[in-house]
Design a protein. Sequence first.
Length: 320
Amino acid sequence: MALHEPTVFITRHIPEEALRIIRSAADVRVWPEELPPSPEELRRECEGVDGLYCMLTDRIDGALLDATPRLKVISTMSVGYDHIDVSACRERGILLGHTPGVLDETTADLAFALILASGRRIAEADRFVRAGKWETWSPMFMTGQEVHGATLGIVGIGRIGQAVARRARGFGMRLLYHSRSPKPESEGLGAEYRSMDDLLRESDFVSLHVPLTEETRGLIGARELAVMKPTAHLINTARGPVVDQRALSDALARGQIAGAGIDVFEMEPVSIEEPLLALENVTVLPHIGSATVATRTKMARMAADNLVAGLQGKPMPHPI
Ligand code: NAP
Ligand code: GLV
């Protein structure tokens, strides 16, 4: 593509082996701070570069692209790309890459950890012991919901949703799913299709695995929470804005549903003032779905391979 040595900006420190891949093909600048660049800093750093290696914390919009006309390749170290204005990139002929597939099992592990944690009150019980409140064993003390044998409703049964379904089978769960199109492979996993409302009505655990799009923003709001069983749990490892967070905290506070396990928030990092954080029946995590050393290293390499291919005018291994 470029006749000069291409230049690349990387918005965070990444594993050395991924950095080596990029350095073999480009002149690289890495953002030196722990916190991400602000939009102004990102714009300044991207002026005059050919490639951008970004994270889900970096907003890539038309204003940024207008200010950085040399930018031709963007690679995000994430599978989700709701932080990128894809049409604005397409209009400008910018190539885009992401990291699908490599994090499915790891993210499904975390979703399942939240199913268990929420159903069996793990975080609440941990806080209880540490606070010195544990006085005795008693028959109905800290009782929660059964996970084995329960009904799991998977909303968005793509790569990660199917990996969750495979785990659920091992727990003897009954499986329901909802997607816009039928998924015969999910039926092979024993999952039955349901309309959204039927899934919400029948499930003991509802686990969200849709991308954030205009269609899925606010997919779970007050009306949907009211359809769920009072004993049910909502698990969100997809994206925060898929759930109306205020409606969720109201439903949990009123006991309209039994619990929630949340890895992603409307605004990240979530404010300490967020009402959800004051509730005992919520397990909260700081967006760590894919956070294992092995998986993050694979994602970093995959994003590096995408970037280098794009810069060299070759097809990206994992284009958006
Ligand atoms: P995927 O393979 O594309 O699966 C997404 C599924 O959602 C598809 O089966 C799609 O099927 C369905 N879907 C899309 N729009 C829908 C709608 N309006 N209603 C119902 N179903 C809909 O994606 P994935 O790799 O599994 O990842 C899913 C999302 O998980 C990512 O986009 C990302 O936001 C999130 N994620 C979070 C973490 C974390 O750290 N917490 C880690 C990885 C990924 P149809 O198109 O047929 O409807
Ligand atoms: C994480 O949330 C991802 O989209 O990779």
